[in-house]
Design a binder for this molecule. Structure first.
Ligand SMILES: Cc1cc2nc3c(=O)[nH]c(=O)nc-3n(C[C@H](O)[C@H](O)[C@H](O)COP(=O)(O)OP(=O)(O)OC[C@H]3O[C@@H](n4cnc5c(N)ncnc54)[C@H](O)[C@@H]3O)c2cc1C
Ligand code: SF4
Length: 558
């Protein structure tokens, strides 16, 4: 790495609000702020090559957030969500059969009628255009790489990463210094496991007194299917097979527009068997007799993966700190049983912007946006998350067969009577601490992909259009390079090989048969920015850092 003192100084620009991340939360915050404070100077930095390029979601959208932010959106001919949910199905799957659960048994808050299916990437592209029309400056292709602090400790803004540094840490001819974007307030809207949000949470101890954040890994494909098999607006979820009863997760399959379906699988990252591969579980899921027929004659168009937060109500950290706030999934506003977070991301952007506009109107800067922190638990976001707060802990504690029905009963009670028999349950260990040693588990053996319905990781990453400048420092930093081979390999079989959905991590041997001289290989250029390694590495030895801006996946409409 180049020493900071040898670098030329960075240029700086001043704003009222600096927003890190152009997802639903960041864009909503920017739009709301300009709606109520049109003269405010607002900037968004987005690490994807364009708004939407790094957005991966289901998606069934609860329109409560959009209705609040842009009340006329339903009449807009350019609106990104045009397909309402028409049918809602839940399945419990066994290895060769399954049962559909009657809708009347399902807690009302899981009902998807009134929601819309579509692409969250396209929702963000729509919001991006609205924000720009209001005068928000948006810089796609720029990653916020560093938080800036005032001498007195408040957050001052962010710096974008330097570009044009070689793998050896030395500047190349193309070297360009990053920019400092300074704000009276900085909002971190980086989504689940944001790299700067993680630093901010640690520095200001925002998670003191909360339960640990929990995560899942969601893997998704977009398919063009036979029109005779397509039923626009059909929304289908399952749990059970191929996961065993102690491993949490499930599938989603939505019939969106233009004879396309999205299909995906979420594995809760508190799984215990280090030989589990979320990617391969997803591939197996598609082969189930009750699922596979919809893909007959179809073509896979796109692939991607992203972590999601699962801790909910009891894991949301303090949202504010001097000079800024966390919004959206950086704060953990995902509702796990509903598999929805985009509505709360938008609502939290709105709430943070309201607090920020109030502060600007009072001539304040760099202090805490206390009204945002004080208000969220009694707002729509709090009501949404509180009712489901025990579902994830019950599932984790009792497994699928007992935990899921208990969670369902708890949601019914909460919906009707507004209370839970369980109070507020704890989540237990953080996800990195749940793996058993490899000698304590039965290894999972996955079938080989057929290249028609099931695929390998590399052909999948190809469909995510992932691209990184190869000659740059590896953005997956190891605190101790000896741990993967010295500790993780003997204890856990180095699970990074399996949990990474992009095949970034490998163990290579000088003699593959004798398994001699193991080496840990990082194919950083394949990284789809899901953040799972930062979450699940048992030694917490991998830190996901921002690569050069613009690198990563280029999702068309995920
Ligand atoms: C598989 C899956 C299925 C889901 N299904 C649904 C669903 O059906 N319905 C629903 O409502 N929700 C769903 N969600 C959740 C939903 O996607 C999230 O709640 C929502 O995207 C959160 O919005 P956000 O703006 O907080 O973060 P994100 O959508 O993650 O956006 C963050 C943005 O910030 C950018 N960024 C991050 N760090 C930096 C940085 N340092 N510098 C610059 N830019 C940065 C990212 O590139 C990204 O564009 C699903 C999630 C997953 C993973
Ligand atoms: S390297 Fe880490 S962040 Fe990148 S795709 Fe693999 S698990 Fe996800």
């Amino acid at each position: 790495m180049i020493e900071a003192r040898k670098l030329p100084p960075r240029e700086a620009m001043d704003y009222d609000a600096v927003i890190v991340g152009g997802g639903p939360a960041g864009l909503a915050a920017a739009i709301r702020l300009k709606q109520i404070a049109p003269d405010a100077a607002v900037v968004i930095v987005e690490k994807g090559s364009e708004i939407g390029a790094h957005i991966l979601s289901g998606v069934v959208v609860d329109p409560i957030g959009l209705d609040k932010l842009l009340p006329g959106w339903r009449e807009d001919p350019d609106r990104p969500l045009k397909t309402p949910v028409t049918e809602d199905k839940f399945y419990l799957l066994g290895p060769s059969r399954g049962v559909r659960l009657p809708n009347f048994l399902m807690p009302p808050l899981l009902n998807n009628h009134g929601n819309f299916v579509g692409s969250l990437g396209n929702v963000c592209r729509y919001l991006g255009a609205k924000a720009e029309a209001l005068g928000v400056e948006i810089y796609p292709g720029f990653a916020a790489a560093e938080v800036l602090f005032r001498e007195t400790g408040e957050v001052l803004g962010i710096a974008t990463g330097d570009a044009g540094i070689g793998r050896d840490g030395k500047p190349k001819d193309s070297f360009t210094r990053g920019m400092e974007l300074r704000g009276k307030y900085t909002l971190f809207a980086e989504g689940a496991r944001g790299s700067l949000s993680k630093q901010i949470i640690a520095r200001f101890k925002l998670d003191q007194g909360c339960e640990p954040q929990k995560y899942g890994l969601g893997i998704k494909e977009l398919w063009q299917v036979d029109p005779t098999l397509h039923r626009p607006g059909l929304v289908q979820h399952s749990f059970g097979w191929p996961l065993d009863s102690k491993t949490g997760g499930g599938s989603f399959l939505y019939h969106v527009e233009e004879n396309q379906i999205v299909v995906g699988f979420v594995v809760h990252l508190n799984y215990t068997n280090p030989t589990l591969s979320p990617f391969d579980e997803f591939q197996r899921f598609k082969t189930h007799p009750m699922i596979r027929d919809v893909f007959a004659g179809g073509k896979r168009l796109s692939y991607g993966a992203r972590a999601l937060t699962e801790g909910g109500w009891q894991s949301v950290p303090k949202l504010t700190f001097p000079g800024g706030a966390l919004v959206g999934c950086s704060a953990g506003f995902m509702n796990v049983p509903r598999i929805k977070g985009s509505h709360n991301a938008i609502l939290s952007g709105v709430q943070a912007a309201d607090a920020l506009a109030l502060a600007l109107s009072e001539g304040r800067a760099h202090d805490e946006l206390s009204s945002y922190e004080a208000g969220w638990r009694s707002s729509e976001i709090g009501h949404d998350l509180k009712k489901v707060r025990n579902v994830k802990p019950l599932w984790s504690k009792f497994g699928t067969w007992v935990g899921v029905p208990l969670g369902g009963a708890d949601m019914w009670l909460n919906d009707i009577f507004g209370f839970s028999l369980f109070g507020t349950l704890k989540h237990g260990k953080p996800d990195y601490a749940t793996l058993k040693r490899i000698d304590q588990v039965a290894p999972i053996v996955y079938p080989k992909p057929d290249g028609v319905l099931t695929f390998d990781k590399l052909s999948s990453v190809f469909l995510s259009n992932t691209n990184h400048e190869e000659d740059q420092p590896i953005h997956l930093r190891l605190s101790d390079p000896s741990i993967p081979v010295g500790k993780n390999l003997p204890e856990f079989g180095e699970p990074a090989r399996l949990y990474c959905p992009a095949g970034v991590y490998e163990i290579a041997y000088s003699d593959e048969v004798k398994k001699s001289d193991p080496r840990f290989v990082i194919n950083a250029q394949n990284c789809v920015h899901c953040k799972t390694c930062d979450i699940k590495d048992p030694a917490q030895n991998i830190t996901w850092c921002t690569p050069e801006g613009g690198g990563g996946p280029n999702y068309p409409n995920m």
